[in-house]
Ligand binder design. Structure first.
Ligand SMILES: [Mn+2]
Length: 375
């Protein structure tokens, strides 16, 4: 049996401009998460650590981040744990790659960096393991990162790393290093350690197991759960076992509040702060039709309420409900005026039970005709 720690998309050096003055704190937290996963690997006595691309957020890095990587790999070395790493899309192996500028393997004897074009492999005879990897040579590519993968040694276990997008219809761009379920299965690996997606995800849970580990800490606000790494056990016989281990501190959510159901600003503030916590990154979207007296200011709400969160953003996409609309107000805009006149006529003549729906339709239609996003 062997155990490995699989991570990817650490994104050391990510800037988090959307987090404003909290960006620096999250940049620090990324480093803490990286240290945490190294401590976890040591505490769990794993046999090897795999980093499936995007250790760095960009090929230009402050020296401190290079030093941190070297320091952490050295910690793994003292625990006799080898590390295998491939360049991903953010730290791709192009002409300005960080892996050309810094001699990581020279500084870290326990590190295997897969840099030759095509498949590289490294055998670990004492573990009965061969690890395969291929560097991403640019940020985008139409090539599959799994193309041509097949076992090349007599090892008991074969594990490969790849960085790209799993082919889920409608959820990938064609030049995003796309690979397919068929390519996963025909690789004949015991496990595929994937990188590129920031949340853990099993592309395949039978036959050849293939997982995204996700990022160890929140990188983008669309991550639904805190950061994690995977602890993977390859048993002497039978299927691999994958355990998700949380390593992240911050978490994100997105709250849509329909202002048609909100009567007052204090009620709105209460809804925004419900479930607040100092490590939560919350995105609030205000939508629907609001009463005229309700005039929320996103800037004011953010300023007043953000102390309860790690970060709060409020996006107002609501539209005022206009109580009484004279057609003449829109006389210079023929389509609007015609729409209002027709809808008012319809509201008068339609059955009582439909009047409210028709009135809402008037408000929504009016907002849409004026280019507002209300739904
Ligand atoms: Mn990537």
């Amino acid at each position: 049996m062997i155990r490995l720690l699989h991570t990817a998309d650490v994104h050391l050096g990510a800037r988090f401009l959307s987090l404003g003055d909290k960006g620096a704190a999250q940049r620090q937290q990324i480093k803490a998460a990286f240290k945490n996963l190294v401590s976890l690997a040591i505490a769990e006595h794993v046999d090897i650590v795999l980093i499936a691309g995007d250790l760095f957020d960009a090929n230009q890095q402050p020296q401190a981040n290079v030093d941190l990587a070297v320091e952490q790999f050295a910690l793994l070395a003292t625990a006799n744990i080898p590390v295998c790493l491939i360049p991903g899309t953010h730290d791709c192996f192009d002409s300005s790659s960080i892996y050309r500028k810094v001699d990581f393997p020279g500084k870290c004897p326990n590190l295997t960096l897969f840099l030759d074009p095509g498949w590289n492999h490294r055998e670990f005879p004492t573990l009965g393991l061969t690890v395969y990897g291929k560097p991403n040579l640019s940020n985008r590519s139409y090539n599959s990162p799994l193309e041509g993968l097949t076992p090349l040694t007599q090892s008991r276990y074969h594990v490969a790393m790849a960085h790209g997008s799993f082919n889920i219809p409608g959820q990938f761009a064609e030049d995003d290093y796309v690979f397919t379920a068929d390519q996963i299965q025909s690789s004949r690996m015991h496990y595929l350690a994937l990188g590129h997606w920031h949340s853990p995800y099993a592309c395949s849970d039978k036959g050849v197991l293939a997982w995204y580990s996700g990022s160890p800490e929140v990188i983008a606000t669309d991550q639904k759960q805190p950061g994690s790494v995977l602890l993977v056990t390859l048993p002497d016989s039978g299927a691999a076992q994958v355990e998700i281990k949380e390593t992240g501190l911050r978490h994100c959510d997105r709250l849509e509040i329909d202002l048609s159901d909100v009567d007052s600003l204090s009620q709105l503030r209460q809804q925004i702060t419900e479930g607040a916590d100092p490590n939560l990154i919350r995105q609030v979207v205000l939508k629907g039709l609001r009463d005229q007296h309700l005039r929320p200011s996103p800037e004011e709400l953010e300023a007043d309420l953000s102390d309860a969160f790690f970060h709060l953003s409020v996006d107002d996409r609501s539209h005022p409900r206009v109580a009484d609309l004279p057609e003449t107000a829109y006389a210079e805009r023929v389509i609007l005026a015609r729409f209002v006149a027709l809808m008012k006529q319809h509201i008068e003549t339609c059955p009582a039970g439909e009047k409210e729906i028709a009135a809402d339709a008037l408000q929504y239609g009016l907002a849409l005709l004026q280019g507002e996003e209300v739904v």
